[in-house]
Design a protein around this ligand. Structure first.
Ligand code: AMP
Length: 281
């Protein structure tokens, strides 16, 4: 496994490899790696010749300074995990390497940045777009791999590729869960054992929606889900939203709808968690 810390060095190495006709698969991460991240690496290894994983806690996508400070970081453990999983190249840039000066670009993300995560985390997706567009420019991947756990982010990245005219295939990968159903997340490390166990109510509830919808309306089912999740002391729902699988347009009735995605954000104590499920009727 090769590790690069500067843009010049990784660019030189990658242009050598692509010059030999190798395809590049890219997995951007913020580190504190878990099996969700490793599943993206596995898919990248299957679908491309050279796997590149970046580890960078991107300051521009945090609307909450405290969340940025408390975000778990463990480069040594991450590098060990990546080498054990046969990653080819790791890119581990410093903040100064990525942002030698402020990135003032504004991306056209359409209505995608005004709903759900965009609404509750102002500026978050502009920050995501800034860093991913920089990474795409440096790594020039043939394919890039993103988790469906961050369902709205996946849609944002597809739009970024579209509006920037990039020829990168964006591959969405399934959500990897803990045994109790909780979607794996680096932020789960910040949960107490009690909170970790309580947080199973999130997926435990939304996965019951298809059955619930056989006997109630969408708005009643959403109200039921919110009440059920909030019935757990210490857990507070920030939003629960039902949207089109592709456009993410909000769906408020199910006429002519066969499938949609239910997205949820909750605070579990001080830790903010998101999850989603695609529902087939
Ligand atoms: P992060 O380090 O949280 O920025 O995540 C890096 C990538 O891993 C993103 O594409 C995430 O969607 C993906 N990811 C995070 N958690 C999971 C999970 N539980 N299952 C699948 N992919 C995930």
């Amino acid at each position: 496994m090769e590790i690069f810390k500067t843009i010049d060095d990784i660019k030189t190495r990658l242009s050598q490899l692509t010059g030999e006709g190798k395809t590049v698969g890219f997995v951007p991460t913020m580190g504190a790696l878990h099996k969700g991240h490793l599943s993206l690496l596995e898919t990248a290894k299957k679908e491309t010749d050279i796997s590149v994983v970046s580890i960078f806690v991107n300051p521009t996508q945090f609307n909450d300074k405290d969340d940025f400070i408390k975000y778990p970081r463990n480069d040594e453990r991450d590098l060990l995990l990546l080498s054990q999983h046969f990653c080819d190249i790791v890119f581990l840039p410093s903040e100064n390497e990525m942002y030698p000066e402020p990135d003032e670009r504004v991306f056209d993300l359409g209505n995608l940045e005004n709903i759900m995560e965009g609404k509750f985390r102002p500026g978050h997706f502009q920050g995501v777009a800034k860093v991913v567009s920089k990474f795409f420019d440096i790594v020039k991947p043939h394919k890039a791999f993103f988790g469906q756990k961050d369902f709205q982010q996946l849609a944002i990245i597809k739009r970024l590729v579209d509006v920037s005219g990039l020829r990168i295939e964006i591959v969405g990968c399934p959500i990897i869960r803990e045994e109790n159903g909780l979607a794996m997340s680096s932020r789960n490390q910040r949960l107490t054992p009690g909170e970790f166990s309580d947080a199973s109510i999130i997926y435990g509830t939304i996965k019951q929606l298809p059955v619930k919808l056989k006997s109630t309306s969408l708005s009643e089912a959403k109200a039921w889900a919110e009440k059920t999740i909030n019935s757990c002391p210490g857990i507070v729902t920030e939003y629960i939203e039902t949207v089109d699988n592709e456009s993410l347009a909000v769906i408020d009735n199910l006429t002519n709808t066969h499938s949609f995605t239910c997205c949820v954000a909750v605070f579990c104590g001080k830790v903010r968690l998101i999850d989603n499920i695609q529902i087939f009727l």
